[in-house]
Design a protein around this ligand. Sequence first.
Ligand code: NAP
Length: 408
Amino acid sequence: MPGEPLPLGTLPPVGEIPDTMHAQVIRSERMGRPDTAFRPEVVDVPRPGHGEVLVAVMAAGINFNNVWAARGLPVDVIALRRRAGASEDFHIGGSDASGIVYQVGPGVDDVRVGDEVVIHPGWWEADDRWIADGGDPMVAPSARIWGYDTNFGSFAQFCIAQSHQCLPKPATLSWAEAAASTLVGTTAYRMLFGWPGNVVEPGDVVLVWGGSGGLGAQAIQLVRHAGGVAVAVVSDDERGKFCVDRGAVGYVDRTGFDHWGIPPHWTDADGQRAWQRGVRAFGNAVSDRVGSRVSPKIVFEHPGEATVPTSVYLCAPGGMVVICAGTTGYSATVDLRYHWTRQKRLQGSHGTNDAQAHAYNKLLATGAISPSLGEVATFADIPQIHQRMLEGRLAPGNTAIRIGAGAD
Ligand code: NAP
């Protein structure tokens, strides 16, 4: 019947576009717990604008960013977009997708209907002056994360992306594998190789927080591939073993330490001494895993408030703490003495540009690294999966959702 969406798991002939689709939708009035913020709804299939493509989603990847979107923290992404002129009063998230191009908008000549693609999450305005002047698009004022900052991400039967976001789907990967790791993998790639002067080189020790998580599992493999030495931080032995299986030389269980969070103020001499005992013991554990007394050249950061003081303290002189998130909070404190006298770099990093995304995709396609697919779930599981991600209860690795794809 016209107007009815197709059942989940089925696809119309390539190029044939239904009027409506199933989507997992967040609305402002439901923001809070992810398991109730998302709800399945039937919405109109969006149409691609200039430079955009409509993709039938075969599989979507789960990321922490839509935990934030569901909670409305630190911002209500719907309200933010509406203030900028958007008409929709809902959010369809999802920043990783594999799928088939069904329609291309005006001005698209790099992607064709029928192409099998993976979508990377770097989104920006084509006429951004910064980009026209040769700047890195992901630093441009218009840069956004697709499927978080923008609407019509991959938690629906169809999504809208800019054509430059499309990467060839690696033929060796299933739809779920191809969708699982693009956001975290490309972000990790930019963090480890995107900041000249501090890129991973053979023999470099890299400390990887959350080694068994989405970002961490990709970072460990990328470090190993570059000839570096990854030490993972985890919260139990099972997660530690997962990291070693992916190429870490060892792991430190962070639950054996208690110096986390904002350190005592420098005027509190006793508190400072206790904090330093804690951070040094943690540093000794890292050296122990490497087998020699060593400071990490690069610290791969994302927990934020709980760990940044430790990261900056432990980082080698001239080294870099590269950070892409503040999962435990944003009010990180740095003891500047260790930062300036040892001339360390605290580098923010966000998303990916096209070149970094293609480089990462090539590593996946050649089998040099694995998407580390963990759990594979269904469209109906999207709310619960985000709730479990918030609570740290997802299986190690990257979770994917089958939408158009059957078991593959
Ligand atoms: P994830 O799969 O949930 O992994 C996060 C890891 O953090 C967990 O494995 C956990 O490992 C560790 N962790 C949790 N609490 C911690 C604490 N108090 N101290 C130290 N480690 C802790 O999430 P993800 O996909 O890797 O993403 C992590 C963060 O990065 C999220 O906030 C996400 O939004 C952000 N992110 C940002 C970008 C960007 O472009 N800016 C891209 C991707 C992700 P253990 O409990 O085993 O230690």
